[in-house]
Ligand binder design. Structure first.
Ligand code: GLN
Length: 201
């Protein structure tokens, strides 16, 4: 693996540019992924935030959903933020029955989980895997992880004062997902972790 891996950003919909900037800031090269052929060249894939129903529909229409699943099965490292997390989830709740995902991450994710009053918010999170400094996290109509399989490592829990804590960042081998949008805040530690995963792969 070269020191500067080539990371694809799934460019069907969502905040593609912001991820490209964050990846460039941590020394990766980037390219946009829209076709099966684009997938062949990359060392890792980022699935941006946006709207997972739209992203899923576009991936189906462009014949990309099966190639994405095959790439995941073949072990291509993938990182999903927000809608991207939904795309990586093996199971989703509160979605239309025809919404499809790439899967690969053994979690159940609830869409739009924070309800209308707290549609969007920012909060400091503890994410020990990226260091002891708190991580300022932006949540926008965010999903949360309701349950995880035994192979999934919980990287961060949001303590929002209710009985059940909320899992907002997970890793399973070469797969990483966050409910929030690190690409929007200038803190590049999550992207750095992903690029490290890609380099070590
Ligand atoms: N609510 C969106 C969805 O279900 C995700 C929001 C986001 O990516 N900011 O896809």
């Amino acid at each position: 693996m070269t020191a500067s891996p080539l990371i694809g950003v799934l460019a069907l919909q969502g905040d593609v540019k912001e991820h490209e900037l964050a990846l460039a800031a941590v020394g990766a090269r980037t390219t946009r992924v829209r076709t099966e052929a684009d997938l062949a060249a990359i060392d890792g894939l980022v699935i941006p935030g946006g709207e997972s129903t739209t992203m899923s529909n576009l991936a189906i229409r462009l014949d990309l959903i099966d190639p994405l699943r095959a790439a995941s099965k073949a072990g291509l490292p993938m990182y999903g933020s927000c809608a991207g997390m939904i795309m990586l989830a093996a199971r989703i709740t509160d979605a239309r029955p025809d919404q499809q995902t790439i899967g690969g991450l053994d979690v159940t994710v609830r869409r739009n989980a924070f309800g209308r009053q707290v549609d969007s918010f920012e909060i400091d999170l503890d994410i020990p895997a990226v260091g002891s400094e708190p991580f300022r996290a932006v949540f926008i109509r965010a999903p949360l992880v309701e349950s995880v399989g035994s192979a999934v490592e919980v990287l961060s829990i949001l303590d929002h004062g209710s009985a059940a804590d909320t899992i907002v960042a997970v890793r399973q081998g070469v797969r990483l997902a966050t409910s929030f949008h690190p690409e929007l805040t200038g803190d590049t530690r999550i992207h750095e972790l992903f690029v490290q995963i890609v380099r070590q792969h």
